[in-house]
Write a protein that binds this ligand. Structure first.
Ligand SMILES: [Mg+2]
Length: 315
């Protein structure tokens, strides 16, 4: 585990980008296709459906950076700074924007109101509104507000709901950020961190459906073959937490996640954001760190988040 808060924060930001860049090669391939084509995919090679150059990342990292920089700009009121960056990215015409994110951003530009944009998008996509596009970008909240549970819960839910207002999306972002917070805070026992985060989640959201609750309580007992790397936020969360809990290193956790295929970049990103906070930047394989092409952007975000994590008290 990471012993320095700066190493933990940098590890989370870089870990998310590495998981994204590794998984991008495999996005939309089935688990069987991944095994047939690669055996195990272990290096950042680019390619995939977007034909990325090696070392490039996708929307997951771009949107995580938007969160991180928006929070660093104004930790007391991060939505305007995040919004400005989401809109900038949307206007750059990215090839890989998710359906819910696209809908929410276009509704925001039409109405000027995130609450409306998020809730109209949720209505429009129900019962398939619980995508993983909020969870994949939310890790900076767990890093920045790790010492302030109330602020962490508030911004995990509100920054997710800008595009993913579904209650399950908001709830899982709250639990995920609580776990990330435990890791930054130096909790050594991964399973204890998960139990603490879940217990916190149940207290904050007592109305969670029993079948969701049962699935989250059973994560530890699953086997790898039972995981699904889909775009459904609960599948994505369960797979990422399982890889974090059951693999012995940061490298193994990220590789287990991306090799599930399917929405591999996002499963990799969500796993990397969490496991990176636990193990720290120093645990990332050098061959991945050297391959990521815009590392200075990751470090700028990590430094901004570190300033908030060290100094912001909610005043
Ligand atoms: Mg992506």
């Amino acid at each position: 585990m990471a012993y320095e808060i700066s190493d933990s924060i940098r590890g989370s930001i870089w870990g998310l980008a590495a998981g994204d860049a590794l998984g991008a090669t495999l996005e939309f391939a089935s688990r069987t296709e991944v095994v047939r084509k690669y055996g195990q995919h272990t290096d950042i090679t680019g390619g995939g459906w977007m034909n990325l150059p090696p070392g490039a990342w996708t929307d997951d990292t771009e949107l995580m950076l938007a969160m991180a920089l928006g929070i660093a700009e104004d930790p007391g009121s991060p939505i305007p700074g995040v919004a400005k960056r989401l809109v900038q990215w949307y206007r750059s015409n990215p090839p890989d924007i998710g359906h819910l994110t696209r809908s929410a951003l276009s509704l925001y530009l039409a109405t000027g109101c995130w609450k409306k944009a998020g809730s109209l998008t949720e209505e429009r996509f129900r019962p398939r509104a619980a995508g993983n596009g909020g969870l994949m970008r939310i890790s900076p909240v767990g890093l920045a507000y790790h010492r302030q549970a109330a602020l962490r819960d508030r911004w995990a839910a509100e920054l997710t709901a800008m595009t993913h207002a579904d209650q399950l999306c908001q709830f899982l972002s709250v639990v995920y950020c609580a776990m990330v917070g435990c890791c930054v805070g130096g909790m050594p026992d991964r399973k204890a961190a998960y139990r603490a985060a879940l217990a916190h989640g149940w207290r904050q959201h007592p109305g969670v459906e029993p079948q969701v609750r049962a699935r989250l309580e059973a994560v530890d007992g699953l086997t790898y073959d039972e995981l699904r790397g889909t775009g459904y936020v609960l599948d994505c969360f369960v797979a990422s937490v399982w890889c974090f809990l059951h693999q012995p290193s940061l490298e193994d956790a990220i590789l287990a996640a991306v090799n599930l295929g399917d929405d591999a970049d996002t499963t990799g990103a969500v796993t990397g954001g969490l496991a990176g906070a636990y193990y720290g930047y120093g645990a990332l394989p050098a061959r991945w760190v050297e391959r990521l092409t815009s590392g200075e952007r990751l470090d700028e975000a990590a430094q901004g988040i570190l300033r908030v994590a060290m100094g912001y008290t909610g005043a």
